[in-house]
Design a protein around this ligand. Structure first.
Ligand SMILES: Nc1ncnc2c1ncn2[C@@H]1O[C@H](COP(=O)(O)OP(=O)(O)OP(=O)(O)O)[C@@H](O)[C@H]1O
Ligand SMILES: [Mg+2]
Length: 428
C-alpha cells in the first residue's frame, strides 16, 4: 500500500468516526428532549388531576357546610384550611406524580400573584424558584370573586432525574465509542508499522540485489575474458583473473552468510561455542581488514587496549563479527577522515570494549531503533552508504548470548561511542 492510500484511509476513517460521533450525540440529544417532553407531560397530567381533586374536595366540604349553595354562597371557594392541610396536599401531589413515574423530589406552593403571597407551601426555601421557573396551574378558575391563585410545583433535581433515565443509553454509547476509537487507533498503528516494515524489506531487497550484482557481473566479465581466444595468454593473465574470481566469490559467500545468519537469528537458532577468547587478538585481527577502508578515507584508528587479562569466555567467530560490525559502522558512517578510537578496560567481572568515532552521530530518537532488524536511519547522505540494517541487530543478539551489555552515547555531527561489557565467564 502506498503512502497516499494509507493517508487517504486514515482521513476517511477519521471523518467517518467523527460523523458517527456526531450522529450518536444527535440521537442522545433528541432522546433527551423526548424524555424532557414526556416528563413535562406527566407533570401536567398529574397536576391537572391534583387540581381536579382539590376542587372536588372543596365542593364536597362546601356542601357539608352549606347544603343550599345557590342561596347563600356567591360561588366563592372555601378557605383552604377548611378542606385540606398542607400535609394532605403533599400526599395528593406525591401520589399523582408517582402513578406517572415522576419519582424525584419536588416543592410546591399555592400562590396569589396579586398579593405576592403563598397561601400554602411545602417549604419557604424555594419561593423564588417556584415563582420564576416552576410549573404553574390555575386553581378555582371559576371563582369570580377571588383574585387568581396558582398551584406551583418545582423540581430541584429535574436535570439529574432526566439524566439518570438516560444513563444506561449514555453509558452504552460511551463504551461503544471508546471501543471504536481504541480499535481504530490500534488498527492505524498496526497499519503504519506494517508499512514501515514493508518499506524496510523492499529497501533490504534493493540493497541486497545491488550488493550481489557487482560481484556477479565482475565474475562473468572475468569468465568472458578467460574464454576470449584473442587475448594474449600468460600465467600472469590467468592468475590475475582467477584471483579476481576468487575475491568476488568470497565476497558473495560473506554476503550470503550474513543473510543466512539473520535468518538463524530470527528463528532463535544461533549456535554458540564456548572457548577462551583473547579479545585483543580479535580486535587486532579485525583491524587488519578495516584499516584499508579507513586509510582510503584518509583516517586513522587509535587503540588503547588496557584490559589485563584480556581473555574471556565466548564464541570467537561471533565476537570477531561483532567487532567487525562496529568498526565497519564507525568507518561507513564517518564521511570525512575517520578518527576511530578503540579502548578496552577491566570493569566489574568482565571487560568493557569502547569504540568511538567522529561520524554523523545518531539522534536520541533513532538510538532506540538502530538495534532493530533491517532498520537503517532514513536520512539523506546515509542512503549513499550501502548496508542491510542487519549489523547492529546481530551485535545486540551476540552481546545478549554472552550475557553482556551494550550502551550507546552519541551526539549529532560529533560522533558515536558504543560501549560493550562482556563478562569473563558466561553464566550457565
Ligand atoms: N557509528 C555510527 N554512526 C552513525 N550511525 C550509525 C552508526 N552505526 C550505526 N548507525 C546507523 O544505524 C543503522 C543500523 O546499523 P546497522 O549496522 O544495523 O546496519 P547497516 O550498517 O545499515 O547495515 P549492515 O551493517 O547490515 O551492513 C545504520 O543504517 C546507520 O544509520
Ligand atoms: Mg552496519
Amino acid at each position: 500500500m502506498n503512502r497516499k492510500a494509507l493517508i487517504g484511509i486514515i482521513i476517511i476513517m477519521t471523518i467517518a468516526l467523527i460523523g458517527l460521533l456526531g450522529v450518536q450525540l444527535y440521537w442522545i440529544r433528541s432522546a433527551s428532549s423526548v424524555k424532557e417532553a414526556s416528563f413535562r407531560r406527566s407533570v401536567n397530567e398529574a397536576m391537572a388531576k391534583v387540581v381536579y381533586k382539590l376542587e372536588r374536595l372543596e365542593k364536597r366540604r362546601a356542601a357539608e357546610i352549606n347544603p343550599f349553595p345557590g342561596m347563600l354562597s356567591f360561588n366563592k371557594h372555601l378557605d383552604y384550611s377548611l378542606f385540606i392541610t398542607p400535609y394532605e396536599m403533599d400526599s395528593l401531589i406525591s401520589l399523582e406524580l408517582n402513578i406517572r413515574g415522576v419519582d424525584t423530589r419536588y416543592q410546591f406552593g399555592i400562590y396569589k400573584p396579586e398579593q405576592d403571597y403563598f397561601i400554602m407551601e411545602k417549604s419557604s426555601d424555594y419561593r423564588k424558584q417556584l415563582i420564576q421557573i416552576g410549573y404553574a396551574y390555575p386553581l378555582f378558575s371559576y371563582d369570580m370573586f377571588t383574585t387568581p391563585e396558582y398551584l406551583l410545583i418545582y423540581f430541584p433535581y429535574e436535570r439529574q432525574f432526566l439524566l439518570t433515565e438516560l444513563w444506561g443509553m449514555l453509558l452504552i454509547s460511551i463504551v461503544l465509542i471508546v471501543v471504536i476509537v481504541y480499535t481504530f487507533s490500534y488498527t492505524i498503528t498496526i497499519l503504519i508499522r506494517q508499512k514501515k516494515i514493508s518499506d524496510m524489506k523492499s529497501d533490504f531487497i534493493n540493497n541486497m540485489t545491488h550488493e550481489f550484482k557487482t560481484p556477479i557481473s565482475t565474475i562473468s566479465l572475468a569468465c568472458e575474458a578467460l574464454e576470449d581466444k584473442e587475448l594474449p595468454r600468460s600465467k600472469a593473465f590467468y592468475d590475475n583473473y582467477i584471483e579476481m574470481i576468487r575475491e568476488e566469490n568470497s565476497r558473495l559467500s560473506i554476503l550470503s552468510e550474513r543473510i543466512l545468519q539473520a535468518a538463524v537469528l530470527e528463528k532463535g537458532e544461533l549456535k554458540m561455542y564456548r572457548e577462551m577468547v583473547d579479545l585483543h587478538a580479535v580486535i587486532r585481527d579485525v583491524m587488519k581488514n578495516i584499516r584499508i577502508q579507513v586509510e582510503i578515507k584518509d583516517g586513522d584508528i587509535h587503540t588503547n587496549l588496557r584490559a589485563k587479562p584480556s581473555q574471556l569466555e565466548g564464541d570467537k567467530v561471533h565476537l570477531t563479527n561483532l567487532v567487525y560490525n562496529l568498526l565497519d559502522n564507525a568507518t561507513k558512517y564517518t564521511p570525512r577522515r575517520p578518527d576511530i578510537r578503540i579502548r578496552t578496560e577491566n570493569s566489574g567481572q568482565g571487560i568493557t570494549l569502547s569504540i568511538q568515532d567522529n561520524g554523523t552521530g545518531i539522534s536520541k530518537h533513532e538510538q532506540k531503533k538502530i538495534f532493530d532488524k533491517l532498520y537503517r536511519i532514513p536520512t539523506g547522505n546515509i542512503h549513499n552508504v550501502r548496508g542491510f540494517g542487519l549489523g547492529l541487530s546481530y551485535v545486540k543478539a551476540i552481546v545478549g548470548e554472552h550475557h553482556g551489555k551494550i550502551t550507546i552515547d552519541s551526539e549529532m555531527n560529533k560522533g558515536t561511542l558504543f560501549k560493550i561489557y562482556l563478562p569473563y565467564k558466561i553464566p550457565d
